[in-house]
Design a protein around this ligand. Structure first.
Ligand SMILES: NC(=O)C1=CN([C@@H]2O[C@H](COP(=O)(O)OP(=O)(O)OC[C@H]3O[C@@H](n4cnc5c(N)ncnc54)[C@H](O)[C@@H]3O)[C@@H](O)[C@H]2O)[C@@H](O)CC1
Ligand SMILES: Nc1ncnc2c1ncn2[C@@H]1O[C@H](COP(=O)(O)OP(=O)(O)O)[C@@H](O)[C@H]1O
Ligand SMILES: [K+]
Length: 568
């Protein structure tokens, strides 16, 4: 797992390192600039060679001269300071470099000021306004060093215009302009993944490519990725994400992230990576898949009960049930209203089937050996659903909380409590997992929904929700956030080289609910939070493994291949 640092945590780390005397701010800025330059040439090795009329690109440019050219756009803080270091380093490699500054050089913070002055002693610096940028020669490379982690308010319109004025890197018949962002494309908030416009973060429904942020082809960040690189609009705006080491230390923090419950104030990225290196899948998530680790009787691996909807509405429950069985539950029973028994019987073999009339009859079909429930998918919003949810949540193992059956509450199991979420939270307990999508989350936690939570990040919103509900919450999306009471949180991103757009398909969430129950219901299962992380990861792996054309049923059938692929 990789630690994701907020802007405040990154600053604190930098400050501590500087105050300890281990390094100066100026040295860090130099390393940051060097890291960006190295990343540029690693990404585009062709830029290391001078532009030549012999190449297709050179011919298109109709080059009068062979020097590569960069446009470096600098801001009023240390992000701008990085920009001046990059300008100097590119010039030293023979590049023509045009620099632009937003703000007053006299008010730059000391390290940025030093790098500005060193550059400005020999080179002109223009004011960062659209007219100046447009007048400059078309570059091979634009460096966006206007705002980084210090963005505190919406980008001023004149900066917006200047950022957009550098030419369209994708225009036909012209040589490419590569766009590299220092820390982030300016305007992206690295704590929230939102673009700040007038009046606060942009409404996430507004669209994924707001005109006010120029998308980067490459984003280079320092020491560790930040939540905003993975949340919300971040992945769509950053292009390729590279993290460069600037010698800040901090490995010690990451050391304790695999296989242990989350720390209260450190967010981790769910992935089989340990201290920057890939981790064999059989170590993570393999260690959390009980059947792969322990021999035993089917009852050792848990009995999951999945509720299905009424006539014609059983598909969601059936998919969740099959996923629970495939991922390792010892046995799985689907329960449905009597009228739907025949329909379900035609569709099920390994999954067992029982009819149940109402919550008061649940005991007839589910004895106290049931270790996990999935309740909600396809059930309909109703008092009947509420009744089943309450009766399932009331099944406790006395003072042995860790033996309480796991309850995965999804879909209509959540929406049925929209009118009175508190009446649900009176029952939810530490062995519950709520798996809402954004709409269901907004019904249960209206004040924490994107439209109401203001500058709060999705991560902090889910943390607050987990505190309120007293259980684990997984809020779905390409940026899935998992949190538990007390602040522990992780982010599971289906982004960059793990993008899984085919997963946006009806029923994919039902399969996830089944995976969580199937992995957590075993008597030999790991910590619930860790298991939920592993389920989220396997879900996306199955989607990626199947690829284009995926529908929800395929996820479960692809799972054996994924499990084998991680070495089980
Ligand atoms: N913190 C660290 O550990 C390191 C930081 N470095 C660089 O330093 C950057 C952070 O520097 P800063 O903290 O100075 O922050 P920034 O350079 O991101 O921006 C801060 C400045 O922008 C102004 N500002 C913020 N939002 C604005 C808006 N919407 N309109 C107009 N002005 C606005 C602020 O008043 C302040 O002057 C990082 O992104 C990174 O590029 C690197 O040099 C290496 C190490
Ligand atoms: N663009 C996307 N990239 C990756 N995963 C996605 C994307 N869109 C949705 N998902 C995932 O697909 C699942 C959809 O679940 P949900 O919204 O509950 O749908 P349903 O109720 O139809 O099953 C969730 O696990 C979510 O995280
Ligand atoms: K930037």
């Amino acid at each position: 797992m990789t630690e994701l640092l907020t802007a405040a945590q990154m600053r604190a780390l930098e400050r501590a390192e500087i105050e300890s005397g281990a390094v100066t701010g100026l040295a860090l800025m130099e390393r940051a600039g060097q890291g960006v330059v190295d990343a540029i040439f690693a990404q585009w090795p062709e830029l290391a060679a001078p532009l030549s009329a012999d190449t297709e690109e050179g011919a298109a440019a109709d080059v009068a001269q062979s020097r590569r050219r960069a446009m470096v756009l600098c801001g009023p803080g240390n992000n701008g300071g990085d920009g001046f270091v990059i300008a100097r380093m590119l010039k030293a490699r023979g590049w023509a470099v045009d620099t632009f500054l937003y703000g007053d050089p006299a008010r730059l913070p000391p390290d940025a000021r030093a790098n500005h002055d060193r550059w400005a002693a020999e080179n002109p610096v223009s004011l960062l306004v659209a007219a100046n940028v447009q007048r400059a020669p078309r570059p091979d490379l634009i460096v966006d060093a206007v705002f980084g982690i210090g963005l505190t308010r919406p980008v001023p319109p004149e900066v917006d215009k200047a950022l957009a004025a550098g030419g369209d890197g994708r225009a036909a018949n012209l040589p490419a302009i590569r766009r590299v962002a220092v820390d982030c494309p300016s305007g992206l908030n690295l704590d929230t993944g939102m673009v700040q416009r007038g009046g606060g973060p942009v409404d996430p429904d507004f669209g994924r490519w707001p005109a006010t942020v120029s998308m980067a082809d490459l984003t280079v960040t320092f020491h560790s990725p930040k939540p905003g690189h993975y949340l919300g609009q971040g992945p769509a705006l950053c292009g390729v994400l590279k993290v460069v080491d600037i010698g800040l230390g901090g490995d010690a923090l990451e050391r304790g992230m695999i296989g242990v419950p989350p720390d209260a104030d450190r967010v981790r990225l769910v992935e089989p990576v340990h201290m920057g290196r890939p981790l064999p899948g059989r170590i993570w998530p393999g260690a959390l898949i009980a059947k792969a680790r322990h021999a035993g009787h089917k009852y050792d691996h848990g009995h999951v009960v999945v509720f299905a909807g009424g006539v014609g509405r059983g598909g969601a429950g059936r998919m969740a049930a099959r996923a629970a069985l495939r991922v390792g539950a010892g046995l799985v029973t689907l329960v449905c209203p009597p009228a739907a028994l025949q329909e379900n019987a035609c569709r099920l073999d390994a999954v067992m089937l029982r009819a149940v009339r109402g919550p008061e009859h649940l005991g007839d079909v589910a004895d106290d050996r049931v270790t996990g429930f999935v309740i909600g998918p396809g059930m309909g919003v109703s008092e009947r659903t509420r009744g089943f949810v309450r009766s399932v949540l009331a099944r406790r193992a006395g003072d042995r909380d860790w033996r309480d059956p796991v309850v995965v509450l999804d879909a209509d199991g959540l929406s049925s409590f929209a009118a009175d979420p508190k009446s649900l939270f009176e029952w939810t307990h530490a062995r519950c997992v709520l798996t809402p999508h954004d709409g269901e989350f907004a019904r249960l936690f209206p004040d924490l929904a994107p439209s109401r939570r203001g500058a709060m990040s999705k991560i902090d919103a889910v943390r607050a929700a987990a505190d309120r509900a007293g259980c684990v919450i997984l809020l779905k999306g390409a940026d899935t956030v998992i949190a538990r009471p007390g602040g522990g949180a992780s982010l599971h991103a289906a982004a960059y080289d793990r993008a899984a757009p085919w997963l946006a398909t009806a029923g994919a969430g039902d399969v996830l609910a089944g995976l969580i129950a199937g992995l957590s219901a075993s008597g030999l299962a790991g910590d619930l939070f860790n298991v939920v992380e592993a389920a989220a990861w396997l879900h996306v792996e199955a989607a990626r493994s199947f690829g284009p054309g995926l529908i929800a049923e395929d996820l479960t059938e692809e799972l054996p291949k994924v499990l084998r692929g991680i070495g089980l």
